[in-house]
Write a protein that binds this ligand. Structure first.
Ligand code: NDP
Length: 271
């Protein structure tokens, strides 16, 4: 039986085992997929141990995505650009690192929601690992404007500089938000995990702007409440979670699983 896993810390709440087991069953593929609580400082050792014991590949979530990048012998272009890896596979005996977060986000926005980022004014809130994973893919879509606001200025600045070769990402301060009219507001902060209320100024978005939260479940309630108060259409990150998982599954099995409503409903009940 082919062995796959997800490494993270914490990992208890990961829905990846459920998603991949469902994908496998419905694709007629036999595999196992377990959640592994990685030890801080021992990721490389534990990851190699999993591979040495016959593991065919694994996903990586917080906080090991950069260590997974270092572990990979060969990196995909997008992994090189982001400097982080969420999917490890073995090809010809070598460890191959890829990142499907950005492709998963774009597939959800484009194919599921039917929204085209091209020529749109885009704002991203947050400058952590998730932002880093999706910013290049947003730049490839060629928005007319792309701005970033983050609580810690330096982290946003770092991301602007990191992707200079791909396109223009500008920092905006909270005070200057009102000088803009964004078409889409993407929340990539983890503020919702602690239920923090969103304090954002008014009138920095078009009336028909859409809000997309990378978080899902209870963690997306804060931003959803803010969007509702401002009468903006809201989408959570469940679609992205499924699409990035499907892209990982494709890397391993060369077969793209179907994302069914049944699977979405199973996940919704677990949230
Ligand atoms: P990180 O810890 O790397 O970054 C967190 C970001 O949130 C930082 O920019 C941080 O700001 C900001 N932040 C945290 N708390 C607050 C607050 N109270 N007010 C304002 N800003 C705050 O996390 P990730 O980037 O990895 O993940 C972010 C979210 O995205 C998580 O909820 C995660 O579940 C979700 N996610 C969803 C995916 C999906 O497939 N749908 C994939 C990956 C992530 P500062 O820099 O100032 O600390």
């Amino acid at each position: 039986m082919k062995k796959y896993a997800v490494f993270g810390n914490p990992i208890k709440h990961s829905m990846s085992p459920l998603i991949h087991t469902y994908f496998a069953k419905h694709s007629g593929i036999e595999l196992t997929y377990e959640a592994i609580l990685g030890t801080i400082g021992k990721f490389e050792l534990e990851a190699k141990e999993f591979l040495n014991k016959g593991g065919k590949g694994f996903n990586i979530t917080l906080p090991f995505k950069q260590e997974a990048y270092n572990l990979a012998d060969i990196k995909s272009d997008i992994a090189k650009i982001t400097g982080s890896v969420n999917t490890i596979s073995i090809k010809d005996g070598l460890i191959y690192g890829d990142n499907t977060d950005g492709s998963g986000f774009i597939k959800d926005i484009k194919n599921n929601i039917g929204y085209d980022i091209r020529k749109k004014k885009v704002l991203i809130l947050g400058a952590g690992g998730a932002a880093m994973g999706i910013i290049p893919n947003i730049l490839y879509e060629q928005p007319s404007e792309f701005k970033i606001y983050n609580r810690t200025y330096e982290k946003a600045k770092k991301l602007c500089n990191k992707f200079l070769d791909i396109g223009k990402l500008d920092i905006v301060s909270l005070e200057d938000l009102k000088k803009n009219k964004f078409d889409i507001i993407i929340n990539s902060t983890s503020a919702g995990i602690s239920g923090t209320e969103f304090f954002l100024p008014k009138n920095f978005f078009e009336n028909d702007a859409i809000c997309y939260d990378l978080s899902y479940g209870a963690a997306s309630n804060s931003f959803k409440n803010w969007a509702n108060k401002n009468k903006l259409t809201f989408y959570d990150g469940l679609g992205m979670l499924l699409e990035q998982a499907a892209d990982s599954f494709y890397i391993w099995e060369l077969k793209r699983p179907v994302i069914t409503d049944e699977l979405k409903n199973i996940l919704l009940k677990k949230l």
